[in-house]
Write a protein that binds this ligand. Structure first.
Ligand code: KG4
Ligand code: ZN
Length: 344
């Protein structure tokens, strides 16, 4: 079946089209158009919801038209339309949801409401090779700008939330500390770049909740720890590029130690066979390397899946995939009725 997917939960306007095989679950991406208003937000150091939504109003139809160029007759070929219904910025979500509803109504196609976080999880099911299948149970770590969640997936549609951040998300910690360090928005990719080549964890920032007996996270304290260091260095005129690089490396280490420890504890507790990562922070190659090294050393039987970078950040194809695999199994009416209630 062919699914059209629309994602407008934050600053991206993305339209994906996938062809998915019901027999073997193989997902092929036919189009994945992403238009972003990020450069406008870089000027203000963060996303301004009003600007994001106004840009999405401009981008949505051209993005759909561009995606449709990959089909010979979109109206005939598309079997269903998937759209992100939350969580996200309300003005932005409305652009995608109303557009999807209009197409579904005009073309009489089924409409699948998709939780954005399910989208990040299902980016992992795109184009999996047969010999490298994701095996259930799965522990999923979602690390994005707005969310840090650990989720147990026993099967498609059987998803249980294990824990999440009590304050800032991992991506938010990158973005806020990036701003403190004078780096451009979003901070995540900049911090990864700055940390490259550093090998010594000089600042040894706290690892919040690393030994807590749950699957919760807390990253807001890290921002304060970085701020204290920045203030100290500024006072003695020592905030140079070398120090910023060291702070970036130590910050990454602190965040990643906590993410890996909690994910591995969940994997052990629920006897998971696979770990999947999703969300913008999963695009970080150092996180990938740390996870791979940890698993190789401690749990070589566990399979690790991380989507390619362009599928880690927000995109329409992941919404198509989430829609496809949960089409009949997830009680979407429940989610539609209450977008806040995105996990059991
Ligand atoms: O999933 P995403 O595109 O949007 C949300 O759903 O929030 O994630 C965006 C977040 C931002 O906080 C950004 O700083 C972070 O992902 N990010 C990264 C990297 N690339 C993006 N964080 C760390 N390292 C990266 N390479
Ligand atoms: Zn996202």
């Amino acid at each position: 079946m062919i699914i059209l997917g629309i994602e407008t939960s934050c600053d991206e306007t993305s339209v994906g089209i996938i062809r998915a095989d019901k027999k073997n679950g193989k997902v092929e991406v036919l189009a994945n158009v992403v238009a972003s208003s990020l450069s406008l937000h870089a000027k203000t150091g963060g996303i301004i919801p009003e600007i994001a939504a106004r840009e999405q109003v401009k981008y949505i139809i051209p993005a759909i038209e561009k995606a449709f160029k990959n089909l010979s007759n979109a109206r005939e070929e598309i079997d269903a339309i998937a759209v992100t219904i939350g969580p996200g910025l309300i003005g932005s979500l409305l652009v995608g949801v109303e557009t999807a509803r209009a197409i579904a109504y005009a073309w009489k196609k089924p409409l699948i409401s998709v939780n954005h976080l399910f989208g990040h999880i299902y980016a992992n099911w795109i184009k999996q090779e047969n010999d490298n299948q994701i095996e259930f149970p799965v522990v999923a770590l979602i690390v994005s700008g707005g969310h840090t969640d650990l989720v147990l997936i026993k099967n498609h549609g059987d998803i249980k939330w294990l824990g999440g951040t009590r304050d800032d998300a991992a991506g938010e910690a990158f973005d806020k500390t990036g701003r403190l360090l004078g780096l451009t928005y979003p901070g995540g990719p900049q911090i990864e770049k700055m940390a490259t080549g550093v090998t010594k964890d000089i600042f040894n920032f706290p690892r919040p909740l690393i030994d807590s007996n749950d699957f919760d996270f807390s990253f807001s304290g890290l921002k304060t720890a970085v701020l204290r260091q920045v203030e100290r260095k500024q006072k003695d005129n020592g905030l140079n590029k070398e120090v910023v690089k060291n702070i970036c490396y130590s910050l990454q280490n602190a965040i990643f130690d906590v993410l890996i420890k909690k994910t591995m504890t969940a994997t052990k507790k629920f006897k998971a066979k696979s770990i999947v990562l999703g969300g913008g922070v999963a695009a970080n190659q150092t996180l990938k390397k740390y996870f791979e090294n940890y698993i190789k050393k401690n749990n070589p039987d566990i399979k690790l899946f991380i989507p390619p970078k362009h599928l880690c950040t927000d995109n329409g194809a992941m919404i198509c995939a989430a829609g496809f695999f949960n089409y009949e199994k997830t009680p979407w009416e429940k989610i539609t009725a209450n977008p806040e209630l995105y996990f059991d």
